[in-house]
Design a protein. Structure first.
Length: 369
């Protein structure tokens, strides 16, 4: 072997070793990044026309794409986390959701439920809901069949794994439904309550797709039959999560919906507000400075009850935890909170008689089961 060839081999080996040790090899993923020009209201054909709303949604889409791109190309997970932590609180959660979508490709498509929760969810539990949704969104992007989505979610947290189905349903409704409405029939192959959770994701997607055409939003939701109420919860979740700093936007939409959907839209509002409250407490309190006291009281009361029910259900040994969580909170809000999140009726009244010493419940979010 000539000395020049040997020198080339040595140099190549050193470069490869350096790339592997430092993570620079991840630049190879750059071709798989989401292009920002692909993720705009105009490019995606969203029914959004007001310049300020277009700007908000384009910013949301850009943050989601950036979270995914950072995850697959950054040298370390800490670098990804630090970059996201520098983002504006209103938009950071969407980047965190993109992080979860990038979890599997970052690991060279090796998925492990225990590792996902320990490496992705546990370090930043304030974004835990977004992470499960993002993982399900990735299954949709990979065109996984419903059975595979079930296998992926099956080993995850028994309560929050249903959010994977939400993410899966969102992807099908957001990207595929406009070309072929029949694609949603795939969700009917999901077992038991997973199907209902997936249609919550469909509702979230419908909010984005028909944001400023409420007539179309209602018409498409109504076509979903028995799962229209689940989609209505998704409408409430998306409308509130996107507009937490201007809650009146979600409240205005709430008044336009059919009466049979309203309790479920109300639940979506509650879930969105709870998620925002744990994403960034300081930012959340600033958002609520813009609302009247009766609304603020209703928000905090709903979050408190949502927390209580989640803790109770997590602590018991019964099945169907996600279904019971949603149904119990929906019923409680129907009795106690004026629609839509307008004030408190009688907070002492409750629809259940569960007497649980909250102080004895482990408030630490546990993934090491």
């Amino acid at each position: 072997m000539s000395s020049s060839l040997a020198a080339i081999l040595v140099a190549t080996t050193l470069v490869l070793a350096f790339s592997m040790l430092t993570g620079w090899w991840r630049v190879a993923f750059i071709p798989f990044c989401i292009r920002r020009k692909q993720m705009t209201c105009r490019k995606l054909g969203l029914k959004i026309y007001s310049p300020d709303v277009v700007c908000r949604v384009d910013t949301i889409l850009a943050h989601f794409a950036r979270g995914f791109n950072l995850t697959i190309t950054s040298r370390s997970a800490q670098q990804v986390s630090d970059t996201c932590d520098s983002m504006t609180p209103l938009f950071q959660p969407f980047a965190e959701e993109g992080i979860a979508m990038g979890y599997t490709p970052r690991r060279l498509f090796f998925y492990n439920a225990e590792n996902f929760e320990s490496a992705c969810v546990k370090p930043k539990p304030e974004y835990r809901y977004l992470y499960y949704v993002g993982l399900g969104f990735w299954s949709g992007m990979r065109d996984h069949d419903p059975q595979k989505v079930v296998r992926i979610a099956d080993q995850l947290d028994p309560l929050h794994r249903y959010l994977c189905y939400d993410g899966y349903g969102f992807k099908l409704a957001f990207f595929d439904y406009p070309d072929d409405a029949r694609v949603l029939s795939r969700l009917d192959d999901l077992p038991d309550y997973a199907r209902h959770a997936a249609y919550q994701g469909v509702g979230r997607a419908f909010y984005f797709r028909f944001m400023q055409r409420v007539d179309e939003m209602i018409a498409h939701t109504a076509r979903l039959g028995d799962t229209a109420v689940d989609a209505a919860a998704g409408l409430g979740l998306a409308a509130t999560f996107v507009n937490t700093d201007q809650l009146h936007v979600a409240q205005d939409l709430a008044t336009m919906l059919p009466s049979q959907w309203q309790p479920h839209f109300h639940l979506g509002m509650c879930f969105a507000l709870k998620a925002r409250s744990i994403n960034d407490v300081d930012a959340f309190e600033q958002y609520l400075d813009n609302v009247d006291k009766p609304v603020r009281d209703a928000v905090y009361a709903s979050i408190r009850e949502c927390d209580r029910v989640e803790l109770v259900i997590r602590a018991d040994d019964k099945d169907e935890k996600y279904r019971r969580w949603r149904e119990t909170v929906t019923a409680w809000m129907t009795i106690n909170i004026d629609y839509p999140m307008a004030g408190i009726r009688d907070i002492e009244q409750s629809i259940d008689n569960i007497d649980v010493p909250i102080a004895e419940i482990n408030l630490q979010y546990e993934l090491d089961r």
